[in-house]
Design a protein around this ligand. Structure first.
Ligand code: FAD
Length: 293
């Protein structure tokens, strides 16, 4: 901790991560930092490099599972107001990485801008959503991005333009250590029509996904656009399968829900079982969408 003395105000050692993760599972971080300004963030990243301490960025925690033994790294929780600005200029919206998707959608809807409604019901933040190109089977956030500001591996701030960005199924080439903000290009629309579309999406999602449970969204990517992982898991008869306190949701087979007392290890063993069964039965190798730390 000595070498991080001048960051004492923003770092805690051996800090539990479970309260910040949607699964509410897993062990502590060796260090958990909450930088309050961009300068503090850049300074901390540089120090971590000097000290050869690995860094992990945590945002909304809705796509991360932390192992029970915890994370030997500086986990940087991006949540401060310095990374949470939203500005609207005509049909261009700039949003900080820590802006929750719910806040982004409602602010753009109020401004009479359409395009982001498909993100309704997806927890997490702009940064996490860009990293994993969050969306549904038709649309994903990458399609609306004009540019993104990042901190690169040399701890320099860089702007990446549309031409330089590529997005794929739950993946993007925004692979710099930190995404700081992004600009989206939206379309003018009647605010009430946008809100009506958001409500319709929310009703469908609530019916099909296990909200209200400890979970982390879809565990696996779809092997192909026409072959949803959830359908394979369902057809393999795995709904309701349990390892310890981890269970395949009976509402949506690509979700694992954690019952009281569950361990991260239970989730990991259940993931292995699902992969094995789907491979044996259908010949598809399921790839994790969930980030395991
Ligand atoms: C109930 C539920 C429903 C969900 N439904 C969907 C859905 O319909 N579609 C979908 O795509 N996803 C869905 N998800 C998954 C999840 O919400 C998204 O992947 C979300 O975008 C993750 O954002 P986050 O801020 O929580 O990221 P985190 O979970 O905090 O991080 C995810 C990854 O992104 C990295 N990261 C986060 N922020 C940054 C940053 N600023 N810079 C660099 N790297 C960063 C992290 O290091 C980590 O590797 C769902 C999750 C839940 C719990």
């Amino acid at each position: 901790m000595h070498s991080f003395d001048d960051f004492r105000a923003i770092i805690k050692a051996d800090e539990p991560l479970a309260p910040h993760i949607w699964f509410r599972l897993g062990g502590p971080a060796a260090f958990l930092a909450r930088p309050r300004t961009l300068d503090e963030l850049v300074g901390l990243l540089r120090r971590c490099h000097q000290e050869q301490v690995p860094v992990k960025i945590l945002s909304g925690g809705s796509n991360v599972l932390v192992r029970d033994e915890g994370v030997q790294a500086m986990v940087i929780h991006l949540e401060s107001p310095a990374f949470s600005d939203v500005t609207v200029r005509d049909n261009i919206v700039e949003a900080g990485a820590a802006v929750p998707l719910t806040a982004l959608i409602s602010q753009t809807a109020r401004a009479g801008l359409a395009g982001l409604e498909f993100l309704t019901g997806i927890p997490g933040t702009v940064g996490g959503a860009l990293r994993g190109n969050a969306g549904d089977r038709q649309v994903a956030i990458g399609q609306l991005v004009r540019k993104a500001t990042v901190i690169d591996a040399s701890d320099e701030i860089q702007v990446r333009d549309r031409d330089d960005l590529s997005f794929a199924d739950r993946a993007s080439n925004l692979d710099e250590p930190v995404i700081l903000s992004a600009e989206f290009e939206l379309e003018g629309s009647d605010p009430e029509a946008v809100v009506r579309r958001m409500r319709r999406i929310w009703i469908v999602k609530k019916e099909n996904q296990p909200y209200g449970h400890q979970s982390s969204g879809c565990m696996f990517k779809n092997p192909t656009p026409d072959v949803p992982a959830g359908t394979l898991i369902d057809q393999a008869g795995l709904k309701g399968t349990r390892v310890g306190g981890a269970e395949v949701s009976d509402r949506h087979a690509n979700f694992i829900v954690a019952q009281p007392g569950a361990k991260a290890d239970d989730v990991l063993h259940l993931i292995d079982q699902i992969r094995q069964r789907v491979w044996q039965q259908f010949g598809y190798e399921l790839e994790l969408q969930l980030q395991v730390w």
